[in-house]
Each structure stands twice: as C-alpha cells, then as structure tokens.
Design a protein around this ligand. Structure first.
Ligand SMILES: [Ca+2]
Ligand SMILES: [Ca+2]
Length: 179
C-alpha cells in the first residue's frame, strides 16, 4: 500500500528528474541532471570525478530503462512507468535492486563533497551536499541526525544509500538527491 507521502515523493522525484519538463524522463534528462549537480559542486567538466558522477547517473537511467523494458538510448519513461518501478523496486522488496543502482551515484557524490577525503560525510560536508542539491527549509544538523544509524557523527555510503530509500518510504524528510 503506497501512502500519500510516498505518492507525493514519487511525483516530485519524477518532476525533478524530468529536467526539460516535457513530461517524460529520458537519458538526456539524467545527463542534464548530472551536469547540474557538477556545476553546483563547482566541479570542472571532464574531470575524473565529473566522469564518475555522469556515468553513475547514466547507470541510474539504465536501471529505470531496463526495468521499463524501453530503449536505453531513445526510450522515454512515462510518469506511470516511473511510479510502477519505484513502487516495485524502491519501496517494496527491500529496495535491494535500486540500492545497487543508486550506490555508484551516491559514491560519486561523496567524492564531490568529501573535502577531507576520508570517504565519509561529516556534518560540515553534509551541509555542502544539501546546498549543492538545492535542498532548503531543512536544518542540516537535524537532517544529519535523522540519517545516522551508528552515532559516529559520519555518514557512510551505506547510510546515504539507505537514506535515499528511507526518504521515498516517507521515513525521513531529507531529499538527498534533490527535490
Ligand atoms: Ca524530460
Ligand atoms: Ca569526509
């Protein structure tokens, strides 16, 4: 049973990934979204970290296109198809499939935000992350606490991947991938 919060978040996610606003999500939207994130982090186009993020975003597109059974180059995803995939592969079944698809993107974003290079996100680095993703109206310290699972005051890739799903489940209110 999908709750109204979950439905709302699926719709918001679709709209934010439909970068050109034509009512469909396609490869170009994911490409544009990764470029937007790189600009927001001030990362130079063509740098190794840029390429890793771009590839990871295209990997997420390939995940959705594959689940919808549409062409990865020219296919276009409708809101209904997107809804069904999120319901089946993010909200239900433990989200394992989606976790695998989103992890490289989360890892690539850690690389962008991880100033002290310890492969974890500190509260300060987390604020940079939220700013780059255009997340407003959220207290970064409170958001950080919502996502902590082991209380070490750092966010690991697994905690961040888990938090992407938890947001879409309506368990936390931190839209890590923007909204
Ligand atoms: Ca579009
Ligand atoms: Ca760090």
């Amino acid at each position: 049973m999908t709750t109204s919060v979950q439905l709302d978040r699926i719709k918001t996610r679709f709209d934010s990934w439909d970068v050109n606003g034509d009512g469909r999500i396609d490869r170009a939207d994911f490409d544009a979204e990764s470029k937007r994130i790189l600009r927001a982090f001030g990362e130079a186009p063509g740098s190794p970290r840029s390429r890793v993020l771009s590839d990871a975003y295209l990997g997420m597109w390939n995940f959705f296109a594959g689940k919808a059974g549409i062409d990865k180059e020219n296919g276009r995803l409708t809101p209904e198809q997107f809804h069904d995939i999120v319901e089946e592969h993010v909200l239900e079944n433990g989200g394992a499939d989606f976790g695998k698809a989103v992890k490289p993107a989360v890892q690539a974003m850690i690389e962008l935000a991880d100033v002290d290079d310890d492969d974890q996100i500190s509260p300060t680095e987390f604020k940079t992350w939220l700013d780059a993703m255009g997340v407003e109206n959220i207290d970064p310290a409170d958001a950080f606490r919502q996502m902590q699972t082991n209380g070490d005051d750092q966010l690991s890739v697994d905690e961040l991947v888990q938090a992407v799903r938890a947001y879409h489940l309506g368990e936390i209110d931190v839209p890590l991938l923007g909204h």
